[in-house]
Ligand binder design. Sequence first.
Ligand code: MTE
Ligand code: MO
Length: 199
Amino acid sequence: MAIVSRGFHGRRRESGAQLPPGQYLVKDFPVLSAGPTPRIPTAEWEFTITTETGQDHRWSWEEMLDLPHETPTVDIHCVTKWSKLGTNWQGVSLDTLLSGVDTTAGYALAYSYGGYSTNLPLQDLLDGQAWVVYRYEGGDIPPEHGGPARLLVPHLYFWKSAKWLRGIRLLERNEPGFWETAGYHDYGDPWREQRYQGD
Ligand SMILES: Nc1nc2c(c(=O)[nH]1)N[C@H]1C(S)=C(S)[C@@H](COP(=O)(O)O)O[C@H]1N2
Ligand SMILES: [Mo]
């Protein structure tokens, strides 16, 4: 596993490519939402990690803001082919959130206020690859872009970065989310152009 992923990142750096295959650059920030934008007051917002044994770990807005934060600058790649380079976020690493969580789960299902969900291997949330972000370019995240807080998993297509994040369920078995059930690729690596099932 580790060897495959090291070799893969190596190849990417050697190629010098900033854009995954089939993508084009945008300067603006498109909004892609499958439904209406939910408005969640931060006083009511909470984030829950539920383990495969049913244990809940819950953070209020204040508790989330009190955790050590990071400021990732990342490129994002939407499956509809736009990419945006060098976006600046602030939030809490999933490594931090999962550090006190006792789990042997292999999979995660992120779910949102409003009903959206998306799945990914738990490993893809670890090792500095994923954050719960609550600031974008120095301000609050606008509601249409997923505020108060969204998931940010930039190494996968952006549909994996659930907006209006409500929680993450840790699962022993893979469970497809909203777009994955509708025919999108289960994993969604933009560098391998995994857009749809069978890619
Ligand atoms: N809750 C929720 N999260 C979501 C979506 C959505 O429809 N609902 N769309 C996904 C898709 S397809 C993309 S490309 C990005 C778009 O984020 P943006 O609107 O901030 O550009 O959010 C992802 N997260
Ligand atoms: Mo997307």
